[in-house]
Design a protein around this ligand. Structure first.
Ligand code: FAD
Length: 629
């Protein structure tokens, strides 16, 4: 039988875990030609990662996916700490604090839900946009063209991938659900077909043992640790008072982390420290770890409280942590890796799935821009710049946390131990980072921090801070983040003060007129023939009292539609609103312009007067491609 003809695709995603399905969702929503393949015959059914951070909930919301997550998931609002009692009779609570210590978080809690359910949210959303994961399917080879002309061309498909579509392959899953991440070779042969795919871009989202990373020759910095974690998902019977709160237990009998989950389920993490053997290559033999052993350590850590497991665990695993970051996140800016393929670390800070999805969230709009010819391919370099720095920070944090979590707590017999203040202090001081809210991208082609003083509360490089504002035309309150949706468009927010004031009127009118001119960024960087708002969404926020405001007060150049004119005032139900200018540090007398990237991050601020001086054209001109007149 002759092989099928080669196929062509703009983006081929290999791996449909959290990183892969986020990319599939973002690109399918944007109408980009994308395929996603995975070697698993079906999505993850139970276990693995389960924690969604406040920033990631915001990201879900920006794709219209938060509602299902919030409905089905468990919410963690409090974090409790337990330490050894002075009388040596087990542990007692030392303190209980808010689980999220990022004051500007829109969602002041974490959500826990098993990875399969989370992936399902994305799979359904992709399906609604006509995209299904092709499975089981594995790549056999990947080759990137060495021809510079081909690499530079927007029309070319310089990455060749040979895919094997398997027919009846099954994963060699151990009964405990601990996947070895390998296809059983005995079932791989019959009826499978090969397909040659030519892609403009490839994303390896194929997990910690990434085939793509290895095939591209990308090495990892860092090392495999000897930290072995046992994890059990169950519905225990207990009188432990904080079983429904995230809890860190330091006991003389071991350390344990409690993660309450959907329904009555509870996840227990314990670090296994005794009785582990390493082979000649230093690989730890995990077969000595059984769910019974994990449950036994958890029971001992929680004494004097009762902890019983009437039923076998729903899922359990044991895994050795590598604290590693890939040397590069891309090759020739044509093949990229994301998620665990780029970085691995311990589960204690609950970052795995979040970091992975946010890698793809960062890259997706950049790929869409370059594929559509809106931006120069140099934009793609900012993916590695931004996300590799974040990954390195994550590993450094993880190392500190691992040391404090594994160390024995200070007690009468162990004066040198870890103090409660040290442990709680680290978790709380890093709350901005671990919640994802404080993540700040460094200055680059797209992040210009020169005029921060005009809006001190909107930190350039960080995500746009939530605030409630009112739509002028119908007095309806809106969370501003809900206007900054992940639709691959730039949002340019004009804080115009009160245009009824004489000074503002003149400045705002000049800005509105400028935006209608051919030379303005709106015209210059929107392709000819495309919808006027194809690339940029203009939002205007005035400071006029709502009872005096009319949307017609906003100059037509700043009001592309009545629905895009807002004011900063208290909503009619008086529950929120009226604080945006103050929180953002913008003076209503002078106003400001704030540029928000398509992924929700503040990237540029300037004065209203700067608009007519061409500052926005200067900013966008560094990476956007001007339309040929
Ligand atoms: P993954 O979720 O690993 O997804 C990779 C996808 O790629 C998978 O669907 C896989 O089938 C597919 N794939 C792999 N190789 C190929 C190939 N050659 N061809 C095609 N497809 C391929 N994190 C926690 O926070 N807590 C935990 O308790 C926890 N437990 C875990 C237990 C296990 C057994 C594993 C493997 C991971 C665990 N993690 C845990 C880590 C967490 O699951 C990851 O951080 C997160 O899933 C990373 O998402 P990802 O999309 O980058 O990779």
């Amino acid at each position: 039988m002759s092989p099928p003809p080669p196929s062509y695709v703009d983006v081929l995603v290999i791996g449909a875990g959290p990183a892969g399905v986020m990319m599939g969702t973002a690109l399918s929503h944007a109408g980009i030609n994308v395929r996603v393949v995975d070697k698993r015959p079906a999505k993850v059914m139970a276990g693995q990662a389960d924690g969604i951070q406040p920033r990631t909930i915001e990201v879900f919301q920006s794709y219209g996916l938060a509602q299902r997550l919030l409905e089905r998931g468990n919410q963690m609002h409090s974090l409790a700490f337990y330490n050894p009692r002075r009388d040596g009779k087990g542990v007692e609570r030392t303190s209980r604090v808010p689980d999220v210590t990022a004051p500007t978080a829109r969602y002041r809690f974490e959500v826990t839900l098993h990875q399969g359910e989370i992936e399902a949210i994305f799979l359904d959303s992709m399906r609604a946009h006509g995209l299904e994961v092709e499975r089981p399917c594995v790549p056999e080879s990947i080759e990137i063209s060495g021809d510079e002309k081909e690499l530079q061309s927007r029309e070319s498909y310089p990455v060749k991938v040979v895919l094997r579509h398997l027919v009846d392959a099954t994963l060699d899953a151990a009964p405990n659900g601990m996947h070895t991440n390998a296809i059983d070779p005995s079932v791989e042969s019959s009826g499978s077909t090969l397909e040659t795919v030519y892609a403009k871009y490839v994303l390896g989202a194929d997990g910690a043992h990434s085939w793509v990373r290895n095939a591209l020759g990308i090495s990892l910095d860092g090392e495999q640790t000897d930290h072995v974690w046992g994890v059990v998902d169950s519905v225990p019977v207990t009188d432990f008072p904080d079983i429904r709160n995230r809890t860190a237990i330091h006991s003389d009998n071991g350390s344990c982390m409690i993660i309450p989950r959907e329904g009555d389920k509870v996840r227990l993490y314990v670090q296994i420290t005794d009785g582990l053997q390493a082979d000649d290559h230093g690989r730890i033999d995990r077969s000595a770890v059984t769910p019974e052993r994990v449950m036994e350590i958890a029971k001992r850590s929680m004494r004097p409280y009762k902890l019983e497991f009437p039923d076998p665990p729903e899922w359990w695993t044991c895994y050795v942590i590598g604290q590693r970051v890939a040397k590069n996140f891309s090759v020739k800016d044509r093949a990229f890796i994301a998620g665990d393929a780029c970085h691995t670390h311990s589960p204690k800070a609950g970052q795995g799935m979040n970091a992975s999805m946010n890698d793809s969230h960062n890259l997706a709009w950049k790929l869409a821009h370059v594929l559509r010819g809106w931006a120069s391919p140099d934009l793609l370099k900012t993916y590695e710049l931004e996300r590799r720095k974040y990954a390195r920070d994550l590993i450094n944090f993880d190392k500190k946390l691992a040391d404090l979590f594994s160390g024995k707590a200070v007690s009468p017999g162990n004066a040198e131990g870890v103090t409660h203040q040290e442990f709680q202090g680290l978790l709380q001081s890093m709350g901005g980072f671990t919640s994802g809210i404080g993540i700040q991208y460094i200055p680059s082609l797209i992040t210009d921090a020169t005029s921060q003083s005009l809006a001190e509360g909107l930190v350039i490089g960080q995500r746009f801070v939530p605030q409630e504002i009112i739509r002028i035309a119908d007095s309806r309150p809106f969370e501003i983040q809900d206007l900054l949706v992940s639709d691959t468009k730039w949002k340019v927010v004009f804080f115009v003060g009160d245009p009824k004031e004489v000074r503002e009127y003149a400045v705002v009118t000049a800005v509105g007129e400028y935006l209608q001119e051919e030379k303005s960024f709106l015209r210059r960087f929107t392709p000819k023939g495309a919808a006027k708002d194809a690339v940029f969404t203009i939002l205007t926020v005035s400071s006029t009292a709502k009872d005096d405001a009319d949307y017609t007060d906003i100059h037509p150049g700043l009001r592309t539609h009545w629905s895009r004119a807002f004011t900063d005032d208290i909503a009619i139900d008086e529950k929120a609103g009226g604080t945006a200018y103050r929180v953002y540090g913008i003076d209503p007398a002078s106003g400001a312009v704030v540029v928000c990237r398509p992924d929700g991050y503040v990237s540029f601020v300037c004065a209203l007067e700067d608009v007519t001086k061409g500052r926005l054209e200067e900013y966008f001109g560094k990476f956007m491609i001007a339309t040929k007149v």
